[in-house]
Write a protein that binds this ligand. Structure first.
Ligand code: A2P
Length: 270
């Protein structure tokens, strides 16, 4: 059974999807087909992952109808309206299908253009070209600017989050605005799998450490997109609906917070 999260635009997304960052183009088609066969209904892609044509090939081989397909605007050269429209068209061409969720990949805040970029996203949505618009790697201050200057809240903010970086303050802010927090690197790029506290909790529930961490994400009320290129691990990461972490487990995981990141801080990338 998949769990759905309601979005502030009236639609919904599966709480769990699978991520395609660092999935090599040569294996991407097989990974996406395996993911859909495993039961995932959300495919998290991006222009920057350089594997969208291979995602498109996979989408022709499976039942596209019930899937949520995400892409993200990179904006290396420009974050202008025209750049958004060009990139969106290119992603649709590469995927060979419509994009369901489109996100600004990074705010690139030092350029101070992301509010204009967001207006272009709102235009895409209002034209009915994309169902859901969101952002990625936005801090609270960045999202607040979108609210103040456009009045349109993103439906989703996809940010790095895992037990070292639970993002409690950002999650609380998102909740006030009906924004879904979607965690990238939900397993800390696999580095959290040997943490002794998580190993103990997983053993007590008779599950794997990856499953315990993914369950923690769901019980925080968020979404997550664990990445795996392995069909067995893809299945394992989706098999998290048969157990619940206790309040003590959740408190023990809260004690793991260090603030450590596996990727860039939103303000350091431009
Ligand atoms: P692989 O792709 O070989 O399965 P994150 O989603 O936090 O970025 O973590 C991804 C990393 O964790 C990848 O290296 C992935 O390797 C590994 N991984 C994903 N799922 C599991 C799992 N269930 N057990 C062990 N490692 C996993």
């Amino acid at each position: 059974m998949q769990q759905l999260l309601a979005l502030n635009d009236g639609s919904s997304i599966p709480a769990l999807g699978f991520g395609l960052y660092k999935v090599e183009p040569e294996v991407t088609t097989d990974v996406v087909v395996a993911g859909v066969e495993a039961g995932y209904r959300l495919v998290d892609g991006a222009e920057f992952y350089h594997n969208e044509p291979q995602v498109g090939e996979a989408l022709r081989r499976v039942d596209r109808a019930g899937l949520t397909v995400t892409s993200k605007f990179w904006g290396e050269e420009s974050q202008s309206r025209d750049a958004v429209m060009r990139a969106f068209d290119a992603s649709e061409r590469n995927l060979g299908t419509h994009v369901d969720v489109y996100m600004i990949h990074w705010p690139r805040a030092a350029r101070n253009q992301f509010v204009g970029t967001w207006r272009a996203f709102v235009e895409l949505r209002d034209q009915g070209r994309v169902r859901t618009i969101g952002v990625s790697n936005f801090t609270q201050a960045h999202v607040q600017r979108l609210l103040d200057e456009t009045g349109v809240a993103p439906a989703i903010n996809q940010v790095e989050s895992h037990p070292w970086l639970p993002q409690h303050d950002l999650r609380a802010f998102h909740a006030q605005h009906g924004i879904v927090t979607q965690a990238w690197s939900p397993l800390g790029r696999g580095r959290l799998l040997e943490d002794p506290t998580l190993v103990r909790i997983a053993a007590e529930h008779g599950v794997t450490v990856a499953q315990a961490i993914i369950r923690w994400h769901l019980q925080l009320g968020g979404a997550a997109i664990p990445k795996s290129v392995n069909p067995d691990r893809l299945r394992e990461n989706l098999d998290v609906f048969g157990f619940r972490l206790t309040d003590d487990d959740m408190a023990a995981v809260a004690g793991l917070e260090t603030g450590e990141r596996t990727g860039s801080h939103p303000d350091s990338r431009n």
